[in-house]
Design a protein around this ligand. Structure first.
Ligand code: ZN
Ligand code: ZN
Length: 309
């Protein structure tokens, strides 16, 4: 049975209670929305990852002029893709380009990954523009190089981002990557890419998710996975505490949604694994079905104002 026949068979079975239908149709017991999926050039390769990993819909992260590719992906799978756009924030036309992307249908900015300070002028004007256009801004925070000379991204998170959250209350921020997730622990001092071991309670990321209604968390990548997998005594309460602020994402580069070709030199334990599957597994075993469904499906629909169907 191909996917269309499979879906049609469920449409016919509309007499079944909605929840039972949903459970049996989805590998994870809930439909899944991947907030952090980098657009792949061929439409079929996007779908290979979604279908392989049991993902229903995804948000395509694009940079610069990508409208034709986005449209091709959307045409290949109607209703399954939203998109965000990013553009070099050091360029003078950044505001103009991103405004045009939103006018063309982009539902957010991101991922913003540039060698600038998190509280510097380049990103500050993006925070203001995101508020004006009423779209969220997804930011990659990283203080430690993965490879020599990689450089760092949106620096100063732990020291400065609290004041940014306060200064831009109308901006919806989505935090992501190494420094964002390492700082769930209060003892992080930019020493490891993916810190291991027990989480020291009271980290700034945990605190700010509680304190600031304009901060959300993108759980993608090894950084998000590591933060949820490193301390089984920490994770269930964290998920419960921030159940309305957490958004599942993969940031996975594997080919098939089962780990083919995945290789992250900073995380050898993930070689050959699919980050989407690994993170969905840790979330599923760490929380209730109701909270799981919010994190992997419900929350993002509210945030992006798209119908959850
Ligand atoms: Zn990133
Ligand atoms: Zn994958």
């Amino acid at each position: 049975m191909n996917r269309r026949e499979f879906l049609e068979s469920f449409a016919v079975a509309a007499v079944l209670p909605a929840l039972a239908r949903q459970d049996s149709a989805h590998e994870w017991g809930s439909p899944v929305f991947d907030l952090h999926f980098h657009l792949r050039p061929q439409p079929a390769r996007n779908l290979a990852h979604l279908d392989g990993a049991g993902v229903t819909k995804a948000n395509l992260l694009t940079r610069g002029g990508a409208l034709d590719q986005v449209k091709a992906a959307q045409a290949a799978a109607p209703g399954r893709f939203t998109w965000f756009n990013s553009y070099d924030v050091t360029k003078p036309d950044a505001e103009q380009v991103l405004t045009q992307a939103v006018k063309s249908g982009a539902q957010g900015f991101g991922e913003m990954k540039f060698h600038v300070a998190a509280d510097g002028p380049e990103l500050r004007r993006m925070y203001a523009l995101a508020a004006d256009l009423r779209v969220p801004i997804l930011i990659h925070f990283q203080e430690v190089d993965h490879t020599p000379n990689e450089g760092t991204w949106s620096t100063g998170f732990a020291k400065t981002f609290g004041s940014i959250l306060k200064a831009y209350p109308k901006t919806t921020f989505i935090g992501h990557a190494d420094a964002f997730w390492a700082n769930v622990s209060a003892d992080y001092h930019d020493e490891a890419v993916y810190p291991a071991g027990p989480v020291k309670r009271g980290g700034v990321t945990d605190k700010w998710l509680g304190d600031y209604p304009n901060l959300f968390a993108d759980m993608s990548a090894v950084s998000g996975n590591n933060a949820m997998a490193r301390d089984a005594a920490f994770t269930p309460d964290f998920l419960k505490r921030h159940q309305d602020k957490l958004l599942f994402g993969s940031d996975c580069s594997c080919g098939d949604g089962h780990g083919a070709g995945y290789n992250n030199p900073a995380a050898p334990q993930m070689t050959g694994k699919c980050v989407a599957r690994e993170t969905l597994s840790v979330l599923k075993r760490s929380t209730s079905p109701a909270i799981f469904q919010k994190i992997v499906w419900g929350n993002v629909h509210g945030l992006l104002r798209i119908p959850a169907s």
